[in-house]
Design a protein around this ligand. Structure first.
Ligand SMILES: Nc1ncnc2c1ncn2[C@@H]1O[C@H](COP(=O)(O)OP(=O)(O)O)[C@@H](O)[C@H]1O
Ligand SMILES: [Mg+2]
Length: 455
């Protein structure tokens, strides 16, 4: 024992004796005062334990056994008083900690970080109010227990978080993980968690402090970007495939249709060549000529049909409106669906690039109506609404659920969106089961129309 502690011990023992004798409150005040002095002189609770041990040895043990319980009781009362200043200062320390955390809180990032403080030995845990706030709880609603947080981690992320933590505690790898956490409302949010452990000289971690941040918005942006990249990749793969299919289809039509008709024509001519000559008749009869003309007309029709399937001639000759009118008429006749049109035909002058895009968008929309809607009526608007051209196709059919529209192999809507974007515009879809399907493309006139010729 240090001299200072020995002096204090002597004083303490004399305080004890006076308390035994008088049971006077004043003695307890002395005990408290002793504790305060010990604290201010830098002695710790372990010193107080040693002092207490000395007092027990000096007073309780030598007492006759019958008196010992009474002595022990009195000793306990005094010891509590002695320790009271230590207890109080600990509270002050905690308050100071809270204040410093608040400063840290501000310093870390204004209001976005939530702090945690963990003792890996005892598993004691502290979450700052803001930490709980990120999880959707008020301070008093979530206990300072590690499991309260761990159990809320998304099942798919638990293994990753555990691995990261183990790697930090065992190998001192950086602890910096991103994971989803279930908030009070049941919704999952993305957080980033960073932390730093402290290790004792023997290498055992005894404390780990860190912070979490809500990164849901960032994750959402990343995800949107990823999806749009993925869609583009699929779309371009799809376009390659479509090109191959188109080539195959054209080859088939040329072969089956034109090829057969040409063969028929060739056979007709061969027959004529090998016919027995009849000097009384003309070289070719009317019937024979009509037969050959008929075959040639069929050929011309086939060539027209194949060509206009590829790209309606009207589109280039007359612009998209007549081509769309033609498309709508064909569609109505074929599927028995009324197409009500409001078309500002005169006021919009479509340029080369926008003609084909607008035509294909209407074509795809009508194909979808035929395929998916069961509608009896379609409203088709192509309207000048400065500074945009509004293209709207609305049917009264069965509509679709939200998810239904994102099939992995549904490229129609995706393609329409790309076409709208190509013209600097956008495509909006409104639908619900049983409520029809409405497509609206908003296209800036500046991209749709012919540029005014330079003066
Ligand atoms: N007019 C419509 N009425 C109801 N559902 C539609 C309509 N248009 C599209 N859909 C739904 O959206 C999905 C995606 O359409 P789309 O991208 O053109 O692909 P696809 O026509 O090849 O299925 C369709 O499978 C369908 O479920
Ligand atoms: Mg489609």
């Amino acid at each position: 024992m240090t001299t200072r502690l020995e002096e204090l011990t002597d004083e303490y023992i004399s305080v004890l004796i006076s308390y035994f004798d008088t049971h006077d409150e004043a003695a307890l005040t002395f005990a408290y005062e002793l504790g305060r002095r010990a604290l201010s002189e830098g002695l710790g609770v372990l010193d107080m334990a040693a002092l207490h041990r000395a007092a027990v040895g000096a007073l309780v043990l030598p007492a006759p056994p019958v008196d010992q319980p009474r002595f022990a009781d009195a000793l306990l009362t005094c010891f509590n008083e002695l320790l009271a200043p230590f207890e109080i200062s600990l509270h002050g320390y905690r308050a100071a900690l809270a204040a410093s955390e608040e400063r840290f809180q501000l310093a870390v990032s204004g209001s976005t970080a939530g702090l945690w403080d963990w003792n890996p030995q005892t598993d004691e845990m502290y979450f700052s109010p803001h930490f709980k706030g990120i999880m959707g709880y008020a301070d008093h609603e979530l206990a300072n227990e590690r499991l309260g947080h761990v159990n809320a981690i998304h099942p798919d992320d638990v293994a990753r978080v555990t691995q990261s933590l183990d790697a930090h505690l065992e190998r001192r790898d950086t602890y910096n993980v991103e994971y989803r956490i279930r908030t009070k409302s049941g919704e999952f949010r993305w957080i980033q968690s960073r932390g730093q452990a402290l290790w004792s000289p023997s290498g055992a971690p005894y404390r780990m402090v860190g912070w979490i941040m809500d990164i849901t918005d960032r994750k959402r942006d990343e995800e949107a970007l990823r999806i749009s990249r993925e869609e583009l990749r699929r779309l371009s793969a799809h376009i390659q495939q479509i090109r191959e299919e188109e080539k195959a289809r054209i080859a088939r039509e040329l072969h089956d249709d034109l090829g057969q008709q040409l063969t028929a024509l060739k056979m007709a001519v061969t027959l004529l060549e090998h016919r027995k000559p009849d000097p009384s008749a003309p070289a070719l009869s009317r019937d024979e000529l009509d037969g050959i003309y008929g075959l040639i007309d069929q050929l011309i029709d086939s060539v027209r049909r194949i060509a206009s399937d590829l790209r309606p001639v009207m589109l280039d000759d007359l612009g998209p409106i007549p081509a769309i009118e033609w498309l709508a008429n064909e569609f109505s006749a074929r599927y028995n669906v009324r197409v009500i049109r409001h078309i500002d035909a005169e006021t919009i002058t479509f340029n080369q690039a926008s003609r084909i895009e607008v035509f294909r968008m209407v074509q795809e929309a009508l194909t979808n109506v035929a395929r998916h809607s069961g509608a009896t009526e379609v409203v088709l608007d192509i309207i000048r609404d400065e500074p945009n051209c509004i293209l709207r196709i609305v049917d009264n059919g069965r509509g679709a659920a939200r998810e239904g529209r994102r099939g992995r192999h549904s490229f129609g809507l995706l393609g329409m969106r790309e076409r709208a974007m190509l013209l600097g515009g956008e495509l909006e879809i409104r639908t619900a089961p049983g409520a029809g399907f409405a497509l609206t493309a908003t296209l800036p006139l500046s991209a749709v129309e012919d540029k005014a010729p330079p003066e």
